[in-house]
Ligand binder design. Structure first.
Ligand code: FES
Ligand code: ZN
Length: 399
């Protein structure tokens, strides 16, 4: 479509059909400052514009036309490359990278996430958040090893794995690669088709299980994940709408180690998705932009949409909601964790509240196996040795 912009007058060609709001977004135009006109009628943000349309974007406030007036960097006044609306700020590239690192340092310090000498296992998916996190930690001189879990989701997993390996190679960083099918006999697409859990449910369960297990087996002090502010706000919204107080209580940027569970931290929780994406882009990190093909039906996306709507109307809403929860409300839910005494899964030795852990139960269901402890004593001993490293029951960091 042809889009006519004013002040200065110019025409740009934009391919494809989209909503007015999306078009304005792409052109970096604040919808509150313009009228959008087609055939002398006004269009709302929700209306669609097509390939053959001729559109006029007419400013309603002086200076409100076209790309937003380029702002100077908040810190050094150099031309800005990115705006962060919730901070009413714009940054040049070096100052933006510094802003991102400062936010991570604040998170690490405020929640005592890890120390210089700690060995950190970074859960790497190949997406922007986890690679940005790994990059930030390496740049800051932390001992950060990546771990990639191959989920077997066709080309998407192949590309994610390649990206993670390339990132590690370029930086000479250590990457642990575990293949779900190779190690546990199933992959995520099969799991979604067979088990009683949703695909994303088994996916999340498998990740939590394998990352914890690998961290314990290799003696890591902490597992760090790339959850950002958008993720956390969306999750908190979902949990709050249903008053799932147990989940709310556990939604914390740093979960301490307890019997058989390694400490888990989320150093990016103060940064929005847009900030981590911009950081990854500006740092030249090649990440997988495509979404997981199995994402349809993921309920978290609905909460993300809802939060984005709220954020649009009032920038800063997500941060006020989640960071405000941490500051002023988290304490009130502290006793709701439902933390029961954990014991070793009779099958694999990982911590669980019942006889068998959720992962072993889900896996048995998928493989059509009967879930019972191995009978042969020799096997019991082997499995126990394999799955119960000293850290689980000894005086190690997780005990
Ligand atoms: Fe849920 Fe990929 S399995 S997004
Ligand atoms: Zn188990």
């Amino acid at each position: 479509m042809r889009v006519r912009l004013r002040n200065p007058d110019r025409v740009v060609d934009v391919p494809g059909r989209r909503r007015v709001s999306e078009l304005l977004d792409e052109l970096s135009i604040d919808p509150d400052t313009v009228l959008v006109i087609r055939d002398r009628t006004l269009l709302t943000r929700e209306q669609a514009v097509g390939e053959d349309d001729e559109i006029e974007v007419r400013p309603v406030i002086s200076g409100g036309a076209g790309p937003r007036t380029p702002m100077g960097c908040l810190r050094c006044r150099a031309p800005a490359v990115i705006e962060v609306r919730r901070h009413h700020a714009a940054f040049c590239q070096p100052c933006f990278e510094r802003h991102v690192r400062t936010q991570v340092e604040r998170a690490v310090g405020a929640f005592d996430m890890f120390a210089r000498e700690d060995r950190i296992l970074v859960a790497v998916s190949g997406g922007k958040d986890s690679l940005a996190l790994w990059d930030i930690l390496l740049e800051a001189g932390y001992r950060a090893t990546g771990m990639y879990l191959g989920l077997g989701i066709g080309g998407y997993s192949d590309r994610s794995g390649e990206v993670a390996h390339r990132f590690a190679d370029v930086r000479g960083a250590e990457l642990i690669h575990v293949d779900l099918r190779g190690e546990y006999g199933f992959d995520i697409p099969t799991a979604g088709a067979k088990g009683s859990r949703s695909t994303c449910g088994v996916c999340g369960l498998s990740k939590r299980y394998v990352f914890n297990r690998v961290a314990l087996d290799h003696g890591f002090d902490v597992v760090a994940t790339g959850h950002n502010l958008d993720d956390e706000a969306a999750t908190l919204l979902g949990n709050t709408l249903r008053w799932q107080t147990e989940y709310i209580a556990r939604q914390h940027p740093a979960l301490p180690a307890r019997e058989g569970k390694v400490k888990k931290v989320k150093p990016l929780h103060r940064l929005s998705e847009r900030e981590t994406a911009a950081y990854a882009f500006l740092r030249g990190i090649d990440y997988v932009v495509e979404e997981c093909p199995l994402v349809a039906g993921n309920t978290q996306l609905r909460y993300k949409d809802a939060m984005n709507q709220l954020e649009k109307g009032a920038p800063g809403t997500k941060a006020a909601f989640f960071l405000g929860y941490l500051d002023r409300a988290a304490e009130r839910f502290r006793d709701d964790t439902g933390a029961e005494r954990l014991q070793a899964c009779e099958r694999c030795g990982q911590p669980t509240t019942g006889r068998f852990c959720a992962f072993c139960r889900a896996r048995a269901q998928m493989l059509g196996e009967r879930l019972a402890p191995p009978r042969d004593d020799q096997l019991v001993r082997e499995l126990s040795n394999e799955a119960m490293p000293a850290e689980v029951y000894g005086a190690g960091p997780a005990a």
